[in-house]
Write a protein that binds this ligand. Structure first.
Ligand SMILES: NC(=O)c1ccc[n+]([C@@H]2O[C@H](COP(=O)([O-])OP(=O)(O)OC[C@H]3O[C@@H](n4cnc5c(N)ncnc54)[C@H](OP(=O)(O)O)[C@@H]3O)[C@@H](O)[C@H]2O)c1
Length: 242
């Protein structure tokens, strides 16, 4: 299991922690004793989620942060450092999609998807990286998707954003791996969350992973011995893609 340094409790910042995979990841890191920062756009939901962790004896800090906004990300990061300490683990998770053909995808869809899934990962990583490099330690765990490398209907813009984030992340890992910073790429297949329509969730419920499955995999990678890291993991429902 995790080897927490003596008297050092890791600070874990999870973006998109109002629900779904981000919330499950925040809960999972809290369960192993980390100080968890939950961020997202809905203050009310963040406070509810953080309150549940605190009620169970954990440390949780709800911080409003829109990952598409540089001002919001910088402000959130400053707030986190002040209230919880320097970030040891960043889970870049906040993401959106619109299931649509390329022909029907609008520029508004494109901007929202690229700004959240690619620009957001860039901004949040920028916010934490300098301190991690200075301290020669840190984990940047990026939640991508199998859509970053495989081909799906109605996912051209999402795939482009996820492929861009994956490429960016691979280059970052190459640059920082000898400087104590671990960059981990997680590529999940279908997970039963609000990203899918109610009818899709009902139809495919038996074939989808649950957010906790992804969260457990993320925490187990984090808990690996100091001498090793996992560069990339692909997680799929046992029967494969939907
Ligand atoms: N579900 C799947 O099948 C699946 C598969 C592979 C990968 N993924 C990836 O997993 C990640 C989490 O997705 P999910 O399935 O858990 O979706 P979800 O349940 O819809 O949750 C998305 C999260 O992202 C947050 N978010 C969206 N836009 C944001 C913004 N501009 N700033 C800050 N937070 C924002 C949402 O919070 P607010 O709206 O409250 O701000 C919410 O907490 C995404 O990166 C997604 O691409 C999902």
């Amino acid at each position: 299991m995790i080897e927490l340094e003596k008297n050092v409790i890791p600070v874990v910042w999870v973006t998109g922690a109002t629900r779904g995979i981000g919330l499950a990841a925040a809960n999972a890191f809290a369960a192993i004793g980390c100080r968890v920062v939950l961020s997202g756009r809905s203050r009310q939901q963040l406070e509810i989620n953080a309150g549940r962790i605190i009620d169970q004896g954990g440390f949780a800090l709800p911080i409003v942060c829109d990952v598409t906004s540089e001002t919001s990300v910088r402000g959130a990061h400053a707030n986190i450092v002040k209230k919880a300490g320097e970030v040891d683990v960043l889970v870049n998770n906040a993401g959106v999609t619109v299931f649509e053909t390329f022909e029907k995808s609008t520029l508004k869809d494109f901007d929202a998807i690229v700004d959240t899934n690619l620009r957001g990962y860039f901004l949040c990583t920028k916010a934490v990286l300098t301190s991690m490099l200075k301290r020669r330690k840190g984990h940047i765990i990026n939640i991508h998707s199998v859509a970053a490398r495989d081909t799906f209907y109605n996912s051209s813009v999402y795939s482009a954003a996820k492929a861009g984030a994956l490429a960016m992340s691979r280059c970052l890992r190459h640059e920082v791996r000898k400087k104590g910073v671990r960059v981990v790429d997680v590529l999940p297949g279908a997970v039963e969350t609000d990203m899918w329509s109610r009818s899709a969730r009902k139809k495919y419920h038996q074939k989808m992973m649950q957010p906790e499955d992804v969260a457990d995999a993320v925490v187990s990678v984090y808990c690996q011995p100091q001498r090793m890291t996992t560069d990339e993991i692909v997680l799929r429902p046992v029967e494969g893609d939907l």
